[in-house]
Write a protein that binds this ligand. Structure first.
Ligand code: ARG
Length: 574
């Protein structure tokens, strides 16, 4: 068990000895934000004291008299208003590293109570090209799913594609009257987008066209075989393109249950909500009202339009019910942009009224926009949305130029492969690094830089460590034989940071924030540099070399696994 966990357990026992009825579940030991004060700290006693109107410093002092962590820490310090600061003993650190070397676990533990978590992410709309806006949902969602899986949770990923809606009226009419077969074969989604756009123009100019489009839609909804066939074909062609992008990004889904999957469930759902008094009629439509909730008072959730059609919220409520029944999740995570906040507030609130007894957590993990260097929404020069496939091509091309400058001697195929890994990694990392709720500026130069908080920098740090082992001629070096024997201050600093890998993963999973892991890895690479510049490895005597190689290897493995958890690949040589 990692030291912070051991300390935490002892702390719980000490607190219970002082306050037998205290709830210790929120009493956590976390890394100290400033290493000046210690390696770990807890601020939880202050909250306990506050609730009970106790003097926090007195409580901390009382707990301290019952707390024995001498196996792990130097004498514990009370700081500020009632923090406890813990500084690890060198022996405790060495013991932990030896344990890691022996057992092969990598500074994280599997969840003791694994949860079932559904992650709803990416979810593009059919017949439209995936554009730069989809990258955030896809990359963030994939990273959260990977993190949860790594920690031993049961994860169900579901791509809730937009495969139903009024746009199919125009698409069907366009398909029947404007379709260019050759271009459909060449670039299906491009052609679907083209017929859709020209249909929109035509319908604007000619009400008769609009009538025809509506008729196509009604026929589709009524189950007309011809229209159903065309609609299915449009989904199939779109899915092929989605899958190409997902393949490049290394993103997989367990299920792709699009909106249309829930169609048969909508009518009965609305019936049930009306019968139970949760929804009622208003101006011919049916809605769920939230009179008791100030923020939603003026925003009822529409679940049936006056023309009998259903709404986005209706489908999401049906989807929720299905997921609950099918997977019995402890949590459902929805990854979409910030503009859908009101929608999810409505859906979640409606759900609580409807399934009051459910303990399933619902999280809307929302994100901001990607901006161009001019600070406006990121567009092509001609003002169109940036298509994802082209963006990934450009990333690889730009990375290829850089790789050719740096490593001209490598064979071209290898340079191409490095460029693929570096280019895609750079785009993903640039997306994961900012606080997800803020907008970020898309900058090729920044994301591809070999210096700074970037993927190429981390990939390079990994490759550099691997090159140490290549130079040593131990190509097959897979795991350290000896536990590191720490002596230099830089070795301690690096080793202590390694210990926080698992805590970082847990924080990513709890707060749905991959940027924590980005920053952790960036710091790790920095601490490794400090170590490597001050502590010779290959030139050291045999025992020191074995110890330092072990530290190199553990760092490389954490870097590799950490990047993998972000969905980013590594190469052995750059
Ligand atoms: N298709 C939607 C869009 O492109 C996103 C769907 C998100 N998931 C959900 N269950 N509503 O905006």
């Amino acid at each position: 068990m990692l030291p912070h966990k051991q300390i935490e357990l002892r702390l719980h026992a000490a607190l219970r000895a002082v306050l037998p009825d205290a709830d210790v579940s929120a009493v956590l030991v976390r890394p100290c934000p400033d290493l000046k004060f210690g390696d770990y700290q807890t601020n939880a006693l202050m909250s306990v004291a506050k609730v009970r109107r106790m003097n926090p410093r007195q409580l901390a002092a009382d707990v301290l008299t019952r707390l024995d962590v001498s196996e792990w820490c130097e004498p514990v310090q009370i700081a500020g208003a009632g923090f406890l600061n813990f500084r690890l003993l060198p022996e405790a650190l060495s013991r932990t590293l030896a344990g890691v070397v022996q057992s092969g676990h990598l500074f994280f533990e599997q969840a003791t109570r694994p949860q079932t978590v559904v992650v709803d992410f990416s979810s593009p709309n059919v017949a439209k090209p995936m554009h730069v806006g989809h990258i955030r949902s896809t990359i963030l969602g994939d990273c959260l799913a990977r993190t949860l899986r790594l920690l031993g949770h049961r994860v169900v990923t579901d791509n809730h594609i937009g495969d139903w809606g009024t746009q199919f009226g125009m698409l069907l009419l366009g398909w029947k009257t404007l379709l260019d077969r050759a271009s459909l074969d060449r670039e299906a989604i491009g052609e679907l987008e083209r017929i859709y756009k020209s249909m929109v123009e035509r319908c604007k100019a000619d009400p008769q066209q609009l009538e025809l489009a509506k008729r196509e839609l009604v026929q589709l909804q009524g189950g007309d075989p011809e229209n159903l066939g065309i609609w299915r074909e449009m989904i199939r062609l779109s899915q092929i393109q989605f899958d190409t992008v997902y393949g490049r990004l290394g993103v997989k889904f367990d299920h792709t249950l699009g909106e249309s999957f829930y169609n048969p469930k909508l009518q009965p759902l609305v019936g049930e909500l009306v019968a139970s008094g949760l929804a009622r009629e208003s101006d011919g439509a049916i809605a769920i009202f939230f009179d008791d909730i100030p923020q939603l008072k003026d925003n009822p959730a529409l679940i049936r339009k006056s023309d009998g059609g259903f709404n986005y919220a209706t489908t999401d409520l049906a989807t929720l019910a299905y997921r609950l029944e099918t997977w019995k999740p402890d949590e459902i995570i929805y990854v979409t942009d910030g503009r859908q906040q009101l929608h999810f507030q409505q859906v979640f609130t409606a759900f609580r009224k409807w399934h009051g007894q459910s303990t399933t957590k619902l999280a809307h993990v929302w994100f901001g926009s990607i901006l161009g260097e001019d600070g406006k929404p990121f567009k092509t020069r001609s003002g169109e949305t940036v298509k994802l496939a082209g963006l990934l091509d450009e990333a690889q091309e730009r990375a290829f130029k850089i790789v050719c400058e740096k490593s001209a001697a490598l064979p071209e195929a290898q340079r191409r492969e490095i460029a693929r890994v570096v280019g895609l990694g750079a785009v993903k990392y640039a997306d994961l690094l900012p606080n997800r709720q803020s907008d970020y500026v898309f900058s090729w130069d920044k994301m591809l830089a070999l210096q700074g908080n970037t993927a190429p920098y981390l990939q390079y740090a990994y490759a550099r460590i691997r090159s140490i082992f290549r130079k040593l001629g131990v190509g097959e070096y897979t795991a350290p034989h000896a536990a590191p024997d720490l002596k230099a201050p830089e070795e301690f600093i690096l080793a202590k940071h390694l210990l926080n890998f698992g805590l970082t993963l847990e924080a990513v999973a709890e707060e749905h924030r991959p940027n924590f892991l980005c920053n952790y890895l960036h710091e790790l690479a920095g601490k490794f540099t400090g170590f490597y510049e001050n502590c010779p490895v290959l030139k050291a005597d045999d025992t020191t070399r074995a110890s330092r190689l072990a530290l190199c290897d553990l760092t490389a493995r954490v870097l590799k696994l950490g990047l993998e958890t972000l969905g980013i690949e590594t190469v052995e040589q750059m």
